[in-house]
Design a protein around this ligand. Structure first.
Ligand code: OSB
Ligand code: MG
Length: 372
């Protein structure tokens, strides 16, 4: 597989409903898509970097420049035996994992198409149906939140995750639990607390949450281990796990009992598989996180979720929860039982709607070997 060109596109898509976390509120997504042209086949990848460097240090502009100046030149013109080789060629660049994942995942997509196999099989997946949960952002009122939860439970979703922050936490959880005492519920703080708030965080235990995601600093493992010893609720790490070595350190120190795997956060499918394997070897269940992806990234998350140790419902939900019209066909649909059924079609099993992408594109650039 020879990589002849990498094309970057920025598309803009308004969310059906704003999404608010402890760090920001998003109404409109700027999404960077990367395509890798390899011998007449185009593989697609999505960069999950945000509009701002608030979830992590990466954002759309750094990803664009890093791919253009370093990552695309590292793989262009090279004869790759597999997408995994692409990851190795880009390894010299430190960090910039979301940018790397966009390119590497485009190569995996191309490889699956070239070999005429489903991407999920190429990744080593086994599941034929995956379990879905939803992540519900901070709302303007608790009543609005309760309405949203009601809608998602009626749609069949198997786990509700609520975004929390100081001032939108215990009182909200109390009202939610009062109405649904038994539903599978978790929360995600996106690093909104510190160790000064241990007593406060201990109060979360009364709500019997499946987990509390990333309560402390986004780059921390050690203090999460201290916190985990003082909580009954399982800690799940998201931001802190950037590579398999972090997962190993988290396991060794007892910093979490569950891991959220986001393929963009860890730099691509190759590292995501390694994180999965480290967790599996240590009996740590994992689930697939989301970054408000368009259909391209969503389809990749679905493929990843078929790996064996993805045994908890992921933040992988239907296209229509985010978009009026998604850029893949068919759109991602969730069964009334809250699952996504995995097909046998080659590649992701979803066709990329290039006509629609063309209309949504605000900038585009193709990088070729000659321009190295
Ligand atoms: O922490 O999981 C997170 C969205 C943007 C940034 C960070 C996170 C999220 C979500 C949304 O929780 C998950 C989804 O795509 O539905
Ligand atoms: Mg999270």
């Amino acid at each position: 597989m020879k990589v002849e060109a990498i094309t970057l596109r920025e598309i803009q898509m308004p969310l059906v409903h704003f999404f608010e976390t402890s760090f920001s509120r998003t109404h409109n997504r700027r999404i960077l898509l990367a395509t890798a042209d390899c011998g007449g086949i185009s593989g697609w990848g999505e960069c999950v970097a945000g509009e701002d460097p608030f979830y992590s240090s990466e954002w759309v502009e750094t990803a664009w420049l890093t791919i253009k100046h370093y990552l695309a030149p590292a793989v262009l013109g090279r004869e790759l035996a597999s997408a995994r080789d692409g990851a190795a060629l880009m390894a010299r660049v430190r960090g910039h994992r979301m940018a790397k994942a966009a390119v590497e995942n485009a190569l995996w997509d191309a490889e699956a198409k070239q070999k005429n196999v489903p991407l999920w099989k190429l990744l080593g997946g086994t599941r034929r149906e995956i379990q879905c949960g939803v992540s519900i952002g901070i709302q303007d009122s608790v009543d609005q939140l309760l309405d949203k939860i009601h809608i998602e439970l009626a749609a069949g979703y198997r786990r509700i995750k609520l975004k929390v922050k100081p001032g939108w936490d215990l009182k909200v959880l109390e009202r939610v639990r009062a109405r649904w005492p038994d539903m599978v519920l978790s929360c995600d703080a996106n690093s909104a607390y510190t160790l000064n708030e241990v007593e406060h965080l201990r109060k979360f235990d009364q709500f019997h949450l499946l987990m509390i995601e990333q309560p402390l600093w986004s780059d921390d493992i050690y203090y999460h281990a201290r916190l985990q010893r003082q909580l009954q609720t399982a800690i799940c790490l998201d931001e802190s796990i950037r590579q398999a070595r972090d997962a190993a350190a988290a396991v060794e120190t007892g910093a979490c009992r569950i891991v959220n795997i986001k393929v963009g956060r860890v730099g691509g499918f190759t590292e995501a598989k390694r994180v999965h394997d480290v967790c599996q070897a240590n009996n740590i269940p994992v689930w697939c996180g989301g970054m408000l992806e368009s259909g391209v990234g969503r389809a990749h998350n679905i493929a990843l979720s078929t790996l064996e140790n993805f045994c908890l419902p992921g933040d992988v939900s239907a296209s229509k929860r985010y978009w009026k019209e998604d850029i893949i066909e068919p759109e991602v649909e969730v069964t009334p039982q809250g699952t996504i059924v995995i097909g046998d079609d080659p590649g992701t099993g979803y066709r990329v709607r290039e006509d629609l992408i063309e209309k949504l594109t605000v900038r585009r650039e193709t990088i070729r070997e000659a321009e190295k």
